[in-house]
Ligand binder design. Sequence first.
Ligand SMILES: [Zn+2]
Length: 535
Amino acid sequence: MSKKFYITTPIYYPSASPHLGHAYCTTMCDIIARGKRMRGFETYFLTGLDEHGEKIQENAEAKGVTPQEFVDEVAVKFTSLWKTMGISNDDFIRTTQPRHYETVKKIFSSFIKNDDAYLGAYKGWYCVHEESYWTETQVGPEHVCPECGRPVVEKEEPSYFFRCGKYVDELLKLYDENPTFITPEGRKAEMVNNFIKPGLNDLCITRTTFDWGIPVKEAEGHVIYVWLDALTNYISALGYLQEDDSKFQKFWNDPESEIVHVIGADITRFHTIYWPMFLKALNLREPNRVFVHGLMMMKDGKMSKSKGNVIPVPPLVDRFGVDAVRYYLAREIIFGQDGQFTPEQFVERLNADLANNLGNLLNRSVSMINKYFDGVIPEYKGELNDLDKNLKETAEKTIKAYEVLSDDLKVTESYGAVMDLVSAANKYIEESAPWALAKDPSKAEELASCMSHLANAIFVAGMLLSPILVTKSEKIFDQLGVDASMRNYETATKFGVLGGQKVVKGDQLFPRLDVEAEVQFIKDLMAAPKEKAAA
Ligand SMILES: [Zn+2]
């Protein structure tokens, strides 16, 4: 039986046009999902949109459309962005879909039935931005939101509350028993010290001040709080409490299925405190991990339209190709840490890693196989010299390291290991000096071994890079003459399987970029929306 893996992005708030910042998290999840599929895991990859709440209602009103019309329009922009980025999601959940309503309403009723929720009145300081209530202490004398710094307003409304107190001990036990539940681990202390230790109030789970949400069956005028609504997407998409719940049984209810939520830091509290509590109330297991990714920062802070530092994705992908943009995101920003985007580093990264290191390796190797062996990869079964042995061992170690690191969600490091193999293969060419071997008839065997080892090392690297290089890895296999039946992980990771294939010289995999011109191109892209806004 194959291993199961379920990975989710946060569901995005459809209040803006999506840009490279939005694409970052989804692209990283896509790379993880493709990597697992490649290795034979039965994988389910979910992304979607969080379409309810007061802010959406206000945005729609400002535009003079209904909230549904508003979110429908934005949903198209998101699905189109995912297509541009080569995202391979299995499902796209929208919280306005009937399937989601069905699950959320049933969950709410179950909370009431089991006395996990009760009717009370809520008074507090409210931030419209996160749709979150805060206490007097949290907003301080200035009455600003502790999360986003915006001014908060005092509000009172009749509300249902979720009994958090019932589940605090179990939550702390979960943190203790599963140290990687919150990754990176530092986030755990933050949750415990800032939110749980000071005393966790019962969570208000309905609203009466607006109506753009899922109505409560048990009480007219109440809609379900956006966070209870939104978090439920992870199981409503799988069919929980719906007629066909086979995906839920397979990817959630099976204790052998590994479940990973990838999120941004600003929503850690909801995912690591309230979500596990809701699941406990429903008698369901928790995810294995909530992974908090870092931010792709710009020189002047977060990417935002008002700062005029937004990078639109389609023109970037048009110019550099989807593989290059995906590669940059995976390699430049260490997954789990903040990183900074600069046009200069973007261009230099692509030149150094893709054009010079990987592209050159393939190009030189195919040229030499053409020149020395009439384009046929030698089937070499003889003795290995130290250099050959070393390259073979490096490739085999790389495969193991790649698997261990990627299972630990060390995405950046796992592909760093693969690029080290590419560097090692380039170094192997220099040290083996095939051009010298070719001049000496007594070295014919060594030359054959060298070409065979190079082709096989490139095959391994091309396969391991395929979750990132969604189009170019196929071009690598084309140039190596690998037929379709061999283009799979199991074959490629048995080092030495290539021999007898006819190589096909192709275009440069990644042409070298003119740094000055391309940096200017990106700067112009960043400037474009600002000019439009001013006009
Ligand atoms: Zn706020």
